[in-house]
Design a protein around this ligand. Structure first.
Ligand code: G6P
Length: 372
């Protein structure tokens, strides 16, 4: 009923709008009065956390993309190599695990069988397993060495949205905590990064406030047969997640690519009128990410693509090459996925609704897949 959906058309829409709170709640109570991170709940001895030499993130679906985002941040902050692997692939190869490996299992439900089997396998091999899970009392945290809960609240729609943002937030807390413990970042840098994280909820709200325009564009594109999504760095997993959302609920062929990979194959797909989403990083970053992706937009545009660009407010460099621009507030590069993914979620939901589909219960999918 409309009441449980908080007045929204679907649980997915409600959950998209819950996102500022999901991020704020996941951050809540995890710092002391001096602004230092306290993750007492981790229960993994500090000596172990100081000695780990590798992190392997295992998860499925959207949760795996959150791990993919986290890899960029954790490696940057902690100088620990991070691998991200789909749980079902990890389980059936012969992964190298030692007591110095920290395995991070990410799951909204805590019940995904593929992820659970991978957790069991990792523990049997002597690795420490930390679960990042949204559902209290579920199986994965029970079978792990420790758990860091995301506080997104119950997620009902099959397509995951607020859990994704909460998962990235929790992974970032873990990364900052490890950096604090291992001294790989100065305390003032840590505080600054934490502050950037804490400033996200109102920025996410700002994106939600602009949803009317995303809705209009989605409705106008409801008969498109395929969409491509490009991103670089943390924008790459955002592109993958944007494509997944469209497949899941709108049944449209969609594929995400690393923008740098375009010239190695995918650019052959571009023909007149092909819609291409491009997730553009901040022009204020010190790296060349931004100018590289502006060239990618030009390249696809020159071959006839219609470009839908997610770009920061104030980024004028994209204007000449964008057919459509969805603006997001300015953030530090590592924080950008938490705002950039939101228009893509809204786009998928609005497009699915325009096609008359059941957004919350897409065909062939289950919220929690409890078989291998
Ligand atoms: C299913 C859902 C996805 C979800 C994935 C992982 O496939 O349809 O939305 O991302 O499982 O679920 P988990 O509960 O482990 O995060």
């Amino acid at each position: 009923s409309a009441a449980v959906k908080g007045g929204f058309d679907s649980f997915m829409d409600k959950e998209i709008h819950d996102q500022p709170k999901a991020v704020a709640d996941t951050l809540l109570g995890r710092t002391d009065e001096k602004g230092a991170l306290v993750l007492d709940e981790l229960r993994i001895p500090e000596t172990v956390l100081r000695s780990i030499d590798k992190i392997i993130v295992i998860a499925c679906g959207t949760a795996a993309y959150s791990g993919h985002v986290a890899k960029y941040a954790i490696e940057h902050w902690c100088r620990i190599p991070v691998e991200v692997e789909l749980a079902h692939e990890f389980r059936y190869r012969d992964p190298i695990l030692t007591p110095r490996t920290l395995v991070v299992a990410i799951s909204q439900s805590g019940e995904t069988m593929d992820t659970l089997m991978a957790v069991r396998h990792a523990r049997e091999q002597g690795a420490y397993v930390l679960a990042i899970v949204n559902t209290h009392g579920s199986t994965i945290p029970r079978e792990s060495d420790a758990v860091l809960y995301t506080h997104a609240g119950p997620e009902v729609a099959v397509a995951s949205t607020k859990a994704f943002l909460a998962q990235i937030t929790a992974c970032y807390l873990l990364g900052l905590y490890l950096a604090q413990l291992r001294g790989t970042k100065f305390p003032d840098e840590l505080r600054e990064t934490l502050r950037e994280l804490q400033e996200l909820p109102p920025k996410i709200q700002q994106v939600l406030d602009g949803e009317g325009y995303v809705r209009e564009v989605a409705q106008a594109m409801k008969d498109e047969p395929s969409f491509l999504f490009l991103g670089r760095h943390v924008g790459y997993p955002v592109a993958l997640e944007g494509a997944l959302k469209l497949k899941e609920i709108a049944y449209i062929h969609a594929e995400g690519f690393a923008a740098g990979e375009l010239k190695h194959g995918p650019i052959a797909l571009i023909e007149e009128g092909q819609p291409v989403f491009v997730v553009v990083p901040s022009p204020r970053g010190r790296d060349q990410l931004h100018s590289k992706i502006v060239s990618n937009i030009q390249e696809v545009r020159a071959r006839g693509a219609r470009t839908l660009v997610i770009a920061e407010e104030g980024d004028e460099a994209v204007v000449p090459y964008a057919d459509i621009i969805f603006r997001v507030p300015q953030t530090a590069t590592l924080m950008s996925p938490l705002v950039a993914v939101v228009p893509l979620q809204i786009f998928a939901s609005e497009l699915a609704k325009a096609k008359g589909l059941d957004v919350d219960q897409p065909r062939n999918l289950a919220k929690s897949v409890t078989v291998e």
